[in-house]
Design a protein around this ligand. Sequence first.
Ligand code: ATP
Length: 238
Amino acid sequence: AVKEPLLDVRAISAGYGGMPVLHDVTLTVYPAEIVALVGSNGAGKTTLLRTLSRVLSATGGIVMNSHDLMPMTSDQVFAAGLVQVPEGRQLFDRMSVQDNLLMGAFRRTDKAAVARDLDRMYALFPRLSERRRQLAGSMSGGEQQMCAMARGLMAAPILLMIDEMSLGLAPVIVEQLMGVLTTIRDEGVTVLLVEQDVNLALSTADRGYVMETGSIVHSGPAKQLIDDPEVQRAYLGL
Ligand code: ATP
């Protein structure tokens, strides 16, 4: 049997005030895989995420888990399980780590399941466990990124979209975060990872898409993309 995609994005075009940015973007994500969406600054990656979150209007089709996302509001998309960890973290700075995590779960009514997931986050991110009472705004960039990822996971997403996870972080922290992504992937969470660091994203992802000026120009298994001479020349400095 052919596996059904979890996310099926068909021929999306979108832009800002009549200025086109995305041109016929088609992309699929299968259950429990990490898909990297890579490309240079300004390629349109964030614009695609904003389109999927239904913050930005678009033409084309978006189906997730058999739900048509096109007519939905961003709240409805979130409720359907598409959760974004935004670029720049956007934590509640004056709230504790724990309260930030609980904010991620604000729609969930099963308190016992939320409590279990909170414990799971502290196991996944021991650094957050030590700092659960600390104000989120007072933590390091890496700790804040952990908090943002854990807050996203507390929503019990079907698909977690992470925008520029590695930006400005030390390599040792980035390596830890990538390890967490593979752990949650192995537990069944599906991840769409948006990165400017092409090498980093493709060395962790299962499959990848390369975007240039609003179009997908390469796609395939991540290992294959890393070995593609054109990708190497354009993005890997080889
Ligand atoms: P980055 O990693 O720098 O965020 P990106 O690949 O995510 O790059 P986008 O942020 O999606 O790229 O930007 C794609 C294009 O859309 C750029 O030309 C940008 O100037 C334009 N753009 C982004 N946001 C807006 C906006 N709010 N209004 C008008 N144009 C925008």
